[in-house]
Write a protein that binds this ligand. Sequence first.
Ligand SMILES: [Zn+2]
Length: 480
Amino acid sequence: MNPSLLQKRWQQLPEAAVRRWQAEQLRHYLRTVVLPFSPRYGKMFREHGLEADSIRTLDDLQHVPFTTKADLLSSAEHPQRFRDFILVPDPRQLARRPGTIVRALLRGREQVKADFESEFRPIFVTFTTGRSAEPTPFFYTQRDDRLFNIFPFAPHLAFWFAHYAGTAAGVMVLSSGGGKVMGTDGTIRHLRKFKPDIIIGIPTFVYHLLHQAAEEGARCENLRSIVLGGEKVSDGLRHKLRDLAAELGAPRVDVLATYGFTEAKMAWAECPFPHDQPSGGYHLHPDLGIMEVIDPKTGAVLPSGQPGELVFTPLDARGSVVLRYRTGDFIDGGLTYEPCPYCRRSLPRLMGNISRCSEVKAMAFDKIKGTLVDFNELEHVLDDAPEIGAWQVELRKVNDDPLELDEIILHVQKINGADEAQLSRELNTRCVTRLEIHPNRIEFHDADSIRRLQGVGELLKEQKLVDHRPSARTVAAQTA
Ligand SMILES: [Zn+2]
């Protein structure tokens, strides 16, 4: 099969063709790039008796052991473990390759050297954050669009990916640095002046921004898309953001979620879909990487459509490279190769909701008041409630005594003039029926006070979940 077929016609190819081409591309990538130049995988393949040609079909990828986040972490014995994953080309080996010799004859030795330099020299670095890998945005756009990038300014993938992808696509990009850099007021001033077609950012901050802008009577009639990354996006939240956009004079806005992670160095987006229909899922780039869905307990690869953990293998990365990387993220609708009902492309798509187990574990949120609490579900309960704007979940101990019982306090911003007593009752009922927990208190806030609680304009990433239990603080202090 002609490799350029996948690059040019990837949108129409059937599953079998995509998988065949991916196996071919993977063999080529392993043989020419990963195995000769990756300290980690060169050694791993030798130890397991594997070579590039062991991957005859995509099913053979299962012979390659997984890589996990723990493998990337440095330890006392290996203080620079991340270096094992960076590709380090061997100039002598590159010089011996027939392709290199031909190019040197045609274009000169200096030019070939410069080409290899630009191919392999790491020039751009992002970091994962403590709480979880910072997801990255991806968007479809055209020339002349104005993109307002309000991801927090930091050496994380989201900000830079949005910035560089925007400029590379020839879009006019304003990267504000988010609430901490410009504040909500400063960001709204830019929103008024810049009049973006697309806003891209973290849902919590985007919500605050649009809410305050609407309160101030700002207009943003050009707005066509809101692209979100870094947090889950529920249907309730999409609804609220579309309502706010309508108040700003933009009644037909698509709210699109993205999924990505640092180790993939890319992100995948939904395509626009009718507002009364379910999402068409995250559209993958089959020419750039392979996504597997596995049973998290056994590691077995699952068939299309089954829920499981996402595992990623790049097909053409340089710099740091991880093969069969276990994301720790669960997709509840699995992977499909069926053509997308909205854009008709037949590229692989991830269907349903993705939850990060790291989010749950990082907060020690598994057992509260002796009940296993599903944070994803709690988030949905709050996002879906039409009378609630922003919110925060606070965990405390009764009287701040570490030996006492856990308390859950819901801080909510009431919108649409809801009655407090009635809203409290309804929220309690939803928490009990969907999560089997009783919040100890529900506290109501205006927009200003919920902004202060979440640290909008103060923190890099707004806080929707805070753990004020004394034991949690002690644990945090010990591990810091
Ligand atoms: Zn689509």
